[in-house]
Design a protein around this ligand. Structure first.
Ligand SMILES: Cc1cc2nc3c(=O)[nH]c(=O)nc-3n(C[C@H](O)[C@H](O)[C@H](O)COP(=O)(O)OP(=O)(O)OC[C@H]3O[C@@H](n4cnc5c(N)ncnc54)[C@H](O)[C@@H]3O)c2cc1C
Length: 422
């Protein structure tokens, strides 16, 4: 690093941005972390808290083609496309479908696997340095099945095992021995033994940001409306102020499209809106001890510091449409079917703070965009982490540090270049 490139801004203080800021500050850059909101208030706040390193399969899968029309048209189904939003979403869906071809899917899967493989190991030293080791729990997670035929469960088991994922297939008794509060409707489970969870995803962001600050990073609440790329600096401005930096990292998640357009990059990013419902007033200490996802109901329950969090669902409706909190409430009906005991929840009396809508930044090939901007060497992208931003935060920060210091990266980052769309 030279004096001329030391002063660096990270735009976006979600899980990706805070990880980049901490790593760059540790490497000796002078980092300013900018966000239009407070730290970890975007998609990194109310997510399921699952370090989901088992999820190495890209979302674009040919069998979805037959299920999509039914899935998309059910207003309270696990996947929903707002009819008004359809014209806007079509270009993304065309690219998504193109990624279903076996050769593309295999290539994307291989790249995702390299990112996911050691993702949790990258968090461990970081959280230790940040004094936040308690925010990572390594008890694995369960994918449970109620009425799927055993042949399908076995097929899924082999699918994961063949991909090198640490997984055990459990029968009902073995599953209930691990999680006694699960209903005995559960017939089978896949137990992912090497994955982890956190009891508070936003606290993870704040702890990492505080660690970055303790090393000298500065945080400013600042909405970047404009990026001006000059020969010697980059100006970030809004109607009140202009800030100048030697280099910038763009880690603005679902909001990245408009910023990248200013630099003339096409970014086929779509917002996958997801909901969570927080059940407070714990009724039992051991509601669950690890994340439990339902294969049939397509949602996940994670034990959090405040009680259980139910999370999931995908809604294509862009950034602006009002939240449909019925999608959060319906998660409770699913949880009721899966657990023996859970705190009561009355949608009419519920406090709005219990429900949350988040915007997943999703690329059609399920791979993030990572690396220097091809035509702007002082700009680096770290965005588009779809369903896996929490999981991939620490390894993304590490890679961004290696990119910005022009050192060899721990994994091949070519598959994540924005060049694949430009
Ligand atoms: C229901 C749900 C459950 C999920 N569960 C999991 C899970 O269990 N495990 C997992 O790994 N992932 C999960 N995810 C996905 C994960 O939450 C996201 O991938 C991740 O939060 C994305 O992080 P990010 O930092 O890119 O974006 P964000 O957290 O959204 O951060 C982007 C930040 O940029 C700021 N910003 C945007 N534009 C500007 C601007 N112009 N100027 C300044 N600041 C700006 C925003 O305010 C925001 O704070 C889930 C998502 C949802 C919705």
């Amino acid at each position: 690093m030279t004096k001329a490139n030391k002063n660096i801004a990270v735009i976006g203080a979600g899980i990706i941005g805070v990880n980049c800021a901490a790593e760059l500050q540790k490497l000796g850059f002078q980092v300013t972390l900018l966000d239009k909101e407070n730290i970890g208030e975007g998609c990194s706040k109310g997510n399921a808290g699952h370090f989901a390193t088992e999820q190495v399969f890209p979302l674009a899968e040919a069998c979805l083609l037959w299920q999509l029309p039914k899935l998309l048209l059910d207003p309270l189904g696990p996947v929903r496309l707002s009819p008004q939003y359809l014209p806007k979403a079509i270009p993304w869906f065309i690219k998504f479908i193109a990624n279903m071809f076996a050769s593309k899917r295999a290539k994307n899967g291989a790249a995702l696997k390299t990112l996911n493989k050691h993702a949790i190991d990258y968090y461990k030293p970081l959280l230790k340095a940040a004094g936040a080791e308690h925010l990572l729990t390594t008890k694995g997670s369960l994918l449970v099945f109620e009425d799927s035929p055993i042949t399908l469960v076995e097929k899924q088991y082999r699918h994961y095992a063949d991909a090198g994922i640490a997984v055990k297939m459990l029968n009902r008794e073995q599953t209930l021995a691990l999680e006694p509060n699960l209903s005995d409707k559960i017939q089978h489970a896949l137990f992912f033994t090497d994955v982890a969870h956190t009891v508070d995803p936003q606290a993870v962001c704040i702890a990492i940001a505080n660690y970055a600050k303790s090393l000298g990073c500065q945080y400013r609440q600042f909405c970047v409306d404009q990026i001006k790329y000059n020969r010697d600096n980059i100006e970030l401005s809004n109607s009140n102020e202009t800030l100048s930096f030697d280099q910038i990292i763009i880690a603005t998640g679902a909001w990245s499209k408009t910023l990248l357009k200013q630099l003339n990059y096409k970014l086929p990013l779509e917002v996958e809106r997801g909901y969570s419902l927080n059940l407070s007033n714990k009724i039992v200490d051991d509601e669950l001890s690890r994340p439990v996802a339902s294969a049939e109901r397509r949602f996940i329950m994670t034990p959090m510091a405040h009680g259980l969090r139910l999370a999931g669902t995908v809604e294509f409706a862009g950034l602006k449409k009002k939240a449909n909190m019925q999608r959060a409430d319906m998660l409770y009906q699913h949880a009721e079917q899966m657990l023996n005991k859970l705190p009561s929840f009355n949608a009419k009396e519920a406090d709005d703070g219990q429900r949350w809508l988040g915007f997943r930044p999703s690329m059609p090939d399920s791979l993030p965009v990572l690396g220097r901007a091809p035509q702007h060497s002082k700009v680096c992208f770290a965005l588009g982490h779809q369903h896996l931003g929490l999981t991939l935060g620490a390894i993304t920060g590490k890679l961004v540090g290696q990119i910005m210091t022009d050192t060899a990266t721990d994994i091949d980052i070519k598959p994540f270049s924005i060049s694949r769309f430009n």
